[in-house]
Design a protein around this ligand. Structure first.
Ligand SMILES: [Zn+2]
Length: 141
């Protein structure tokens, strides 16, 4: 588990970005701080909404470009869960997802819950990514 990356202070986040080859500008640090507060799944709109609550000056283009940069440099993972919205996962360790069709909420499924499928052709499997859609039972919600 990458527990260590969450809840870092601004200086530590700047260091983390540098380790990923990213120049830690003030806005990039703010965006990373928002995402890396805890393991979570946020859309670009979610990030923008949270930032603009405190920082009026962060533009939509900056947020979109920064999120793409973070994905490229391995700071966060991109999730193709819905065709009209990209979600960003602050947990880059290997795991799967469950989407609640009623609330749209995304829940993590531990990697060990899913077995690597047996394929009927010669292949070296690099990654298995399972997306489960369903509805949480009321009692568990
Ligand atoms: Zn996740």
């Amino acid at each position: 588990m990458h527990r260590g990356i969450y809840g870092k202070n601004k200086r530590e986040i700047a260091e983390l970005l540098k380790e990923h080859g990213i120049n830690p500008t003030t806005q990039r640090v703010e965006i990373a701080a928002c995402l890396l507060a805890c393991p979570q799944h946020l859309s670009a709109e979610d990030v923008l909404g949270r930032l603009n609550h405190e920082y009026e000056q962060v533009s939509q283009a900056t947020v979109y470009n920064t999120l793409r940069l973070f994905v490229r440099q391995g700071v966060i993972r991109e999730l193709a869960i819905s065709p009209d919205r990209i979600y960003y996962d602050s947990n880059t360790s290997f795991h799967h997802h469950f989407v609640d069709v009623e609330t749209g909420r995304i829940h993590d499924i531990p990697a060990e819950s899913v077995q690597t499928p047996v394929v009927n052709f010669e292949a070296e499997i690099h990654e298995v990514s399972v997306l489960v859609r369903g509805r949480l039972n009321q009692a568990e919600a």
